[in-house]
Design a protein around this ligand. Sequence first.
Ligand code: CP
Ligand code: NVA
Length: 342
Amino acid sequence: MNADLTADHVRSLGLTGRDFLRELDFTAVELNSLLDLAARLKQLRKQGSEPALLQRKNLAAIFEKTSTRTRISFSVAMADQGGNTTFLDGASSQIGHKESPADTARVLSRIFDAIEFRGSEQAVVEELAQHSSVPVYNGLTDQWHPTQMLADFLTMREHQSNPQERLSYCYLGDARNNMGNSLLIMGAIMGADTRIVAPKVLWPDHSVIDQANALAQASGAKITLTEDITEGVSGAEFVHTDVWVSMGEAKDVWQERIELLKPYQVNQEVLDLAASNAKAMHCLPAYHDTKTVIGAQIAQEFNLHGGIEITHEVFESPANIAFDQAENRMHTIKSILVATLA
Ligand code: CP
Ligand code: NVA
């Protein structure tokens, strides 16, 4: 990307006005251009010479579910770029209980330049987009977490030992949730060696697996779904995991989930199966110690004192790059905002 980043350069990417509802909304070329732009924006911010390309732009950020990273990333990215963010949620606005997504989208489109939505159903963010005249971004639904994928891929790009080689990563855990689906489809689009390592009952839906296999035909991705930890992890450069029980799930699923996923915990033994120097990744928040209410309760109830989905040992080791991943949420969310709105 050109040294002097201007609105014209950004517009030449051809992404103006586009929604980002799921990874499949963009081609590999477009996703790579968003990663290039994010890397450039990150560098310029660190140098103190970032141009403000979103002056007087307003973002409506709807959070039906809680968030730390996604929320702060949208708001700091907008502020850095000279724009403003207004946060809305179900409790303090009319959204959901008194006003439909279609009506909300038409109202917000009259006043805002873009809309972010985090909530349960993918259908809601799709409906917002259908009725909105401004770009809509998915900040996480039960099915997809597309903005997280940009951060994960920027982070893997930064840490890959040989960028000329095909990227290889595995995901261990509940693979039928947003992170499992998104890591599978994103890897398939981007041509990565993508491994889903989980008990079969927690694999992504058949439709998602079929879609990944079809995408892999075009991209050259290598797709593996396996219950076998050694097969799935061996040689992978990045080992991803996520919480075993996601937002919105009932507390009583913990027992069954722990029974299913205990062998798939990211611990030192599992990491040792991966490539030498392999890195551990987690979208966060993570249950690796007992310093959270839920982490403490689950550790106590199920006798899981060294961590749940990832051990404290691995989390606190140099192999963990989850905080780079967290930082990259902001740079990559900024890139999508700039690319679609500048
Ligand atoms: N990874 C992620 O989406 O974090 P938050 O839930 O804190 O936004
Ligand atoms: N699967 C997790 C991701 C959190 C960022 C959840 O949906 O709670």
